[in-house]
Ligand binder design. Structure first.
Ligand code: HEM
Length: 346
């Protein structure tokens, strides 16, 4: 009976306490923290105010150096929100919409076609060295792009499908591939810029390509161009040069964190790196489309180094006339007498 009475009074006292709330804020800081957790569960203001106060934290005693006094860096939380919020949302939609636009164009209008039949006579368009540089850049770009996308979107897109074990293996592989292939891409893209710089200088006739680009895609209209047309030049300066510079510098800041850069610097480098990467990948979809199924008879130029004369005349007429008249050397250097740069189809 006495035990029953004791239990009843304890329960009533507990209920009364719960109704009253946790009571006034205690003076002692640890107790104050416990008190806040009881009064407002999930409110971490106190901890974040402490983090952001700038007062030195515990690591000073063990390691010395830049930022070693910052145990929790508060901008890390802001960076995480930017990464998982707008960057993932707009980046994801950018890629999906670009793919949809390309597929839509292909289904609506089909590839850009030649007006005349192929001549069967081939012109040298790229040297073996140019092709090696192009494919080294292209393959390393694809590996960097795929591994980068796995690291960025994988947690939301792949993890739910493949589970933790496989996803952990795949992201680890992606991270290592990304780190080791990046230097190869930087070097090959730098060589590419050097070898194609001269032919990508903008000329007055290129404006016509930009003005008539819609007719090129929608009506397969023939627009006279030099060795590279306006669209290729935009890809060269905007993508290959500008975006590669942004990606390479920000990537090196992230790849070698041992140059005393702060976490803030690396978080900003990450934002530049991934923004440029998403734009670069979206633009590369356009380039890959035009180099494969988007413009008839183009893929072989970079695969074998030769283009058909009809293709050259219809897509790069100024270059075609320069080469035919001997005013410029075809790719690969001077044409030996009697054995011009052309090659007949078997
Ligand atoms: C992986 C798929 C790719 C394919 C199938 C592809 C295909 C082609 C083809 C067929 C050409 C020759 C076009 C012509 O004869 O005018 C070309 C040119 C070129 N490609 Fe690619 N490419 C790919 C990726 C890349 C990447 C990733 C880059 C750069 C990061 C790149 C940069 C270039 C450049 C700079 C040119 C010369 C035209 C110019 O100056 O803009 N390509 N590509």
């Amino acid at each position: 009976m006495r035990l029953l009475f004791l239990l009843l009074s304890l329960t009533l006292a507990g209920a009364a306490l719960a109704q009253q709330g946790p009571g006034p804020m205690p003076e002692d800081p640890v107790k104050a923290l416990q008190h806040r957790q009881a009064a407002q569960p999930g409110n971490n203001n106190e901890a974040w105010r402490e983090v952001r106060s700038g007062d030195p934290k515990y690591t000073t005693t063990t390691v010395r150096g830049r930022e070693t006094e910052v145990a929790i860096q508060s901008w890390g939380d802001t960076w995480r929100r930017i990464r998982n919020g707008p960057m993932m949302f707009y980046g994801g939609w950018l890629l999906v919409l670009v793919i949809a636009a390309i597929l839509g164009l292909y289904m609506w209008k089909g590839p850009v076609k030649l007006h005349e039949p192929l001549s069967g006579r081939k012109m040298r368009r790229f040297t073996a060295f140019e092709m090696t540089v192009h494919w080294t850049t292209a393959i390393s770009f694809c590996l960097l792009g795929i591994s980068g996308l796995i690291m960025f979107f994988g947690k939301n897109v792949l993890l739910p499908v493949m589970g933790y074990t496989l996803f952990a293996l795949l992201t680890q592989l992606s991270k290592n591939l990304h780190n080791f292939i990046a230097p190869l891409f930087i070097v090959s893209v730098a060589v590419m810029v050097i070898i194609w710089l001269r032919d990508n200088v903008l000329r007055s006739y290129d404006w016509q390509w930009f003005r008539r680009a819609w007719a090129f895609f929608l009506r397969s209209e023939h627009i006279p161009s030099g060795r590279f047309n306006g669209g290729e030049k935009a890809w060269f300066w905007g993508g290959v040069l500008l975006l590669s510079i942004i990606m390479s510098t920000s990537g090196l800041v992230l790849l070698f964190p041992n140059f005393d850069q702060t976490r803030w610097t690396m978080q900003h480098a990450w934002i530049w790196h991934v923004t440029a990467a998403l734009l670069y990948i979206a633009a590369a979809f356009g380039h890959i489309y035009m180099g494969t199924i988007g413009v008839e008879n183009t893929y072989g130029n970079m695969r074998h180094g030769y283009c058909d004369e009809t293709w050259a005349k219809e897509h790069h007429e100024i270059w075609y006339r320069e080469v035919k008249s001997g005013r410029r050397e075809p790719a690969g250097g001077a044409v030996p007498a009697g054995a011009p740069h052309m090659k007949e189809d078997a």
